[in-house]
Design a protein around this ligand. Structure first.
Ligand code: C5P
Length: 405
């Protein structure tokens, strides 16, 4: 029988105030099912949503809610509790709690425990989508992530407030799985990954451009999955309306030529390049400095071909592991394999461009091809596919024997 994934792990579960606090009760059970020993601390606000008694019954240990609880301090003082923990998991982590953690507040038991413990800290945010998107929350999370705090989630979907968007607490099973994964050795620890994402805009004049329907979601999901796998990630992004995934260094570009310069400049310092951007193949021969006027007649726009960034890297001597994408409307596998060979790639992710797949949607389906192999990845959310793709990239990298050529 394989050992339980969290066997013997002493988890201090911090619960902060939010409607998702009720899910933390189920989380205690799942953590114990996975072999962990769990002790629970509720913040004062959490105790308004859920009761200590529930958590006491589920964890099998007294629950702490205050720094000033004398009987609890006599049994296991807060410093002992901080030392006891192998892992601190805060779920749900409210916007307020994240702010207090980011600034090192120690005015309640949970804040004090986090400061006083050497254990790794994971937070599972849960809040209204606007609060999640707020610049203050983003800045607090960046601070925490930079200090090594793991951020698990949040998920997107319908929220208790009636809105829909990012900010839901991860499903309990997913949370436990991510905690298990985060504690194990990660597939891309120490690997430097460069990702390109989004469309490129090729200017015609100061107000018009040639673009395409790429949303950037696939590339952003890949950057996020690579960080979760332990990689250091640089993301070169075309014009998109997406928030930068935590822990990712982002470089914004507009045109294919700008993207080429950014990618070729960064590539030598990276072990892997994943080219998820939909790079425009052509640009206007000349961008007009002033707005083009109607002439009453038809107009011809001369287009010149853009550099093929991926192919260029494929020919360079010290190239990183190269992963390309191929969006095709017909003969998917044949065209993708041609590109794999022509551009000198190590792996290509081909996707059929169709009705509800690929461009501008949350879902995709991929066919992975590499020299001598293939693997279809069934239709799924782009984040799920990104995690699977990153796992295959790690395999190709390790098969090649090392991090860089
Ligand atoms: O040839 P095609 O555009 O279908 O190839 C797709 C792959 O090549 C993608 O990975 C894309 O990011 C990359 N590409 C590029 N530079 C271009 C065109 C495509 O790097 N000018």
């Amino acid at each position: 029988m394989s050992p339980l994934p969290l066997a013997g792990l002493r988890v201090l579960l911090g619960v902060s105030g939010g409607i998702a606090a009720y899910k933390a009760a189920e989380l205690v059970r799942r953590l114990r099912d996975a072999g962990a020993e769990v002790r629970v601390v509720l913040t004062a606000n959490a105790a308004r949503f859920v009761t200590a008694l529930t958590f006491q019954a589920l964890s099998g240990h007294p629950v702490r809610t205050s720094l000033w609880d004398e009987s609890a301090e006599a049994a296991m003082g807060h410093i002992e509790l901080a030392r006891w923990a192998d892992e601190i998991l805060i779920a749900p982590a409210s916007a307020d709690l994240l702010a207090r953690l980011a600034h090192g507040h120690a005015d309640d038991l949970l804040g004090t425990l986090v400061l006083a413990s050497a254990a790794p800290v994971s937070v599972a945010p849960a809040m209204n989508r606007q609060m999640w998107a707020n610049a203050a929350t983003r800045a607090n999370l960046d601070l925490l992530a930079a200090r090594g705090v793991r951020v698990l989630g949040p998920a997107a979907g319908s929220q208790a407030c009636g809105e829909t968007g990012e900010g839901r607490l991860l499903e309990v099973d997913d949370l436990v799985a991510r905690l298990v994964a985060a504690r194990g050795p990660r597939m891309l620890d120490g690997v430097r990954v460069l990702v390109s994402a989004g469309p490129t805009y090729e200017d015609i004049d100061p107000v018009r451009f040639i673009g395409n329907r790429s949303s950037g979601r696939m590339g952003f999901a890949i950057a996020e999955a690579a960080v979760a796998a332990g990689a250091t990630v640089t993301l070169v992004a075309g014009p998109v309306a997406l928030a930068t995934p935590l822990g990712v260094t982002r470089v914004d570009v507009r045109s294919a030529c700008e993207m080429r310069d950014a990618v070729l400049g960064a590539a030598p310092a990276h072990d892997v390049f994943i080219s998820a951007a939909a790079v425009g193949d052509y640009r206007p021969a000349q961008a007009s400095a002033s707005k083009l006027k109607k002439t009453g007649q038809s107009r011809t726009l001369e287009l010149v071909q853009n550099p093929d960034i991926l192919a260029e890297l494929g020919q360079s001597a010290a190239r990183p592991l190269l992963v390309g994408f191929a969006a095709e409307t017909d003969e998917l596998e044949r065209h993708a394999r041609e590109k794999l060979e022509l551009k000198g790639l190590d792996l290509i992710a081909a996707n059929q461009v169709g009705e509800r797949l690929g461009f501008e949607c949350a879902d995709n389906a991929l066919l992975l091809l590499w020299p001598g192999g293939r693997e279809p990845l069934a239709q799924a959310d782009k984040r799920v596919l990104a995690t699977a793709l990153v796992a295959r990239v790690a395999e190709r990298l390790h098969a090649r024997g090392g991090q860089s050529r």
